[in-house]
Design a protein around this ligand. Sequence first.
Ligand code: PGA
Length: 260
Amino acid sequence: MRRRPLIAGNWKMNGLVETALELVDGIGSGLSQREGRQTSCEVLVCPPFTAIQTVNKQLSAKGYNIKLGAQNMAIEEPGARTGEVCGIMLRNVGCHYVILGHSERRQFYGETNEIVGKKTASAYRDGLVPIVCVGELLEEREAGRTIAVVRAQLDAVMPHLPEESGKRNNLVIAYEPVWAIGTGKVASPQQAQEVHAFIRGHLSEKLGADTASRIRILYGGSMKPSNAKELIALEDVDGGLIGGAALKAQDFLGIIDGAA
Ligand code: PGA
């Protein structure tokens, strides 16, 4: 089954209002120049909370064909949770997607598999499409534990998926080997395909073959224009979650070209 590739920019903690505008204009105008060619893939940017509304307004004003997402969300609904931002607020400023369980959140902010599961439920409750990140540390890979780690990360999310197959089919998984994030070390095509194929097989076991064949599985970790095409061409790789190279319009566009 042909899945529409998703190219998602994770801006992380980067982007003041001015630079966010400049970046989205650079990406948007580049896409406009490409016209029909780009329609084969879906393009998403995930700015920091403080720039989401600015980007949202610019997307509406200019009519760019770019979707908007956030990098995290609270489990709870609106209320007394100082410092948190919930899904309803994200929807209110134009977000369709939310990245959940990124390795930096797991590593630096104590997000466990259990928390990521609960956030997945909250995302669906609030009408957002979750992009659930999974991936092993270098020592886990070296100890031969990659598949076990990824399986546990996936299994924590499964009980929190909605019953409706239409919604389940929208789920996005991002496989991001932690040792490849921001390091310039990219997984080889064989390493990436092996884990992506495991993920699809596991989803098929848990959710059925039809749903598994529709769920997009992104690769993330030092993706750039020079390696994007080869990675995205792999059978079970349906796009990318891009950090560093998403901060330069030309690089991000180069990756989009690799998926088109
Ligand atoms: P990177 O980050 O592209 O800079 O490696 C990817 C990510 O963390 O999502």
